[in-house]
Ligand binder design. Structure first.
Ligand SMILES: Cc1cc2nc3c(=O)[nH]c(=O)nc-3n(C[C@H](O)[C@H](O)[C@H](O)COP(=O)(O)O)c2cc1C
Length: 300
């Protein structure tokens, strides 16, 4: 039964590189459905047309890239029809980010740009929040933490959905230093295009074409037996981790890749984690403070 007088339908629009945000979007959609709201999801990827129609509530969720949102999210906002209704009031939108590090500096303003561009298109953010999933860049989340993050996801998504449907708004208020950090993250988009052009392909490549099929930017084409990389790389890292022969390597900034690789299916298959996870110990130190907070504290 629909428990919300506010919304009867919702659309979860998401950008995901290595699959974590796709899972978040699925769990969110299921939570809406459980609460009696008709819900659909839509992935932002090259070649997939935007859906038609206007749901009562839009939800956007994206993987945090360099303390900001990836390019396809901004491009989608640019294509959105004006959200203002006949009486001039804006349409509601929920803005969720999904990161490896959580709601701590330098991530605190990672939704500011999205919220302000949505406002210009006639959408008012009624809830914004960070969700946390395993890290797919630089430092991998330790296996017990990665497993715990997947285990807690349904609970965290349900809390978001219940609060939104009850009409209790949530607005984060990042400071100017956070905003500056996030704005600097925009530079990553230029770096990403360069990064993509310089991806190397080793002799181990078996020309399976998986990288080309999976690239969300359609930036990889197969030229005979070799993948060729264009100028639209989003730095999502999907191609590196998906390659069955580990034939791809970055031309520079190798530190971005988790050395052991990243495979969400492997993390999912580790569930249920066989023992209680000591989050204080596994997520000790500043780098994991946002993950610690996410796992141990109920969101306000
Ligand atoms: C290029 C790149 C930049 C990232 N930047 C951040 C960041 O600034 N802060 C953070 O906490 N996590 C960052 N991450 C980690 C991802 O946000 C996180 O692992 C997320 O779960 C990945 O989602 P996906 O599997 O849907 O792509 C970054 C990942 C990549 C690939």
């Amino acid at each position: 039964m629909n428990q919300s007088p506010l919304y009867r339908s919702a659309r979860v629009v998401y950008f995901s590189g290595t699959g974590c945000t796709a899972l978040v979007a699925r769990v969110l959609r299921e939570a809406f459905v459980r609460h009696g709201v008709e819900a659909a999801s839509h992935e932002l990827r090259a070649g997939v047309p935007d859906p038609e129609g206007s749901p009562d509530l839009l939800v956007v969720v994206y993987a945090v890239h360099a303390c900001n949102a990836p390019e396809p999210v901004y491009e989608w906002i640019g294509r959105l029809p004006d959200g203002r209704r006949a009486d001039g009031s804006p349409s509601p939108v929920v803005v969720l980010s999904n990161s490896g590090g959580g709601e701590v500096w330098p991530n605190l303003a990672c939704r500011v740009g999205v919220i302000s561009r949505l406002a210009k298109r006639g959408y008012r953010t009624v809830h914004d929040q960070m969700l946390v999933m395993p890290s797919n860049w630089i430092v991998a989340s330790k296996p017990p933490l990665a497993a715990r993050l997947l285990e807690i996801l349904p609970e965290r998504c349900d809390q978001v959905v219940a609060r939104v449907l009850a009409g209790r708004e949530r607005h984060s208020r990042p400071g100017w230093i956070d905003r500056l950090t996030s704005a600097c993250g925009e530079a990553e988009k230029i770096g990403a295009h360069e990064f993509g052009k310089r991806i190397r392909v080793s002799a181990a490549c078996n020309a399976c074409g998986l990288c080309a099929r999976q690239c969300p930017a359609a930036n990889i084409t197969m030229n005979g037996s070799r993948p060729v990389f264009g100028k639209k790389c989003l730095l999502c890292l999907k191609c590196f981790y998906a390659c069955p022969t580990q034939a791809l390597s970055p031309g520079f900034a190798k530190f971005i890749l988790v050395p052991s690789g990243f495979n969400l299916k492997d993390i999912e298959s580790s569930l249920p984690w066989p023992e209680a996870v000591d989050v204080e110990r596994e997520a000790a130190g500043w780098v994991w403070s946002g993950v610690r907070k996410y796992l141990l504290e109920t969101p306000d």
